[in-house]
Write a protein that binds this ligand. Sequence first.
Ligand code: NDP
Ligand code: 8X3
Length: 254
Amino acid sequence: MTSKIALITGATSGIGEACATLFAQQGYRLILVARRAEVLKKLAVDLEDKYAVKVFTLVRDVREKQALTEGLEALPEEWKKVDVLINNAGLSQGLDPIDKGNTDDWDVMIDTNVKGLLYVSKIVSNWMIASKSGHIINIGSIAGKEVYPNGNVYCATKHAVDALNKGMRIDLLPHGIKVTAIHPGMVETEFSLVRFKGDEQRAKKVYEGFEPLLAQDIADAIWFAVSRPAHVNINDMLIMPAAQATGTITRRKE
Ligand code: NDP
Ligand code: 8X3
């Protein structure tokens, strides 16, 4: 059993939850961050019971710089030796042409997907520098590799994640910190429900007639990157459902 620590943002559902489960299975101690306190608490209790690992929960909104910073800095010193940071918290809001987009939605996406990721990374990369090791996994998207109709601002945030991933790798190289981006295509999670603000019918339609990725598929890819030998870094992985060729082109059953 390892005594390593993984910090996962957006751990209450989808890819983050799958990562929390997989890293707990691997014996990691976990720091889990998300906004839904009850969901986070239940997950922590379940993982502690099932895998006999220690889980520290931090109920925070990654957009709230001060509360986030205070919460992270208040962690006990032994919890600051983070080996793996998974910058996963993120979302899309709306799917409209640029002239009709909701500017509040734009703020939420930019503040969460870009600024929230930066706030967490600044703090945790300093901890990693102090311990001269670590691995940062940034969750990008196919939307960070191409732009699809009405994806405008969400695609821009994920292109920013792609650029930040490259920048972090350069800046943290002298400190022996690995940096990897995992870019998924369509994964069936709460993502579409959030994008369409609770419209279950519309969210369900996104995955109809073809087999999307599962959150577990992405957790497996992250584990592959994390478990490479010390001299190997996976810079970037683009992972698509076999039935999805681009952001919008899918092969579906009639
Ligand atoms: P989910 O909606 O299932 O999970 C998103 C997670 O992020 C939740 O745990 C949510 O928790 C958390 N979160 C959202 N906003 C905040 C915030 N402001 N502060 C803290 N936590 C937050 O979606 P996915 O698992 O699919 O998404 C995970 C990542 O994967 C995102 O970055 C997304 O952009 C990316 N992605 C998803 C794809 C997909 O098709 N599903 C494809 C490509 C990339 P809570 O609400 O409790 O705060
Ligand atoms: C989420 C997947 O295809 O909606 O990043 O952009 S997609």
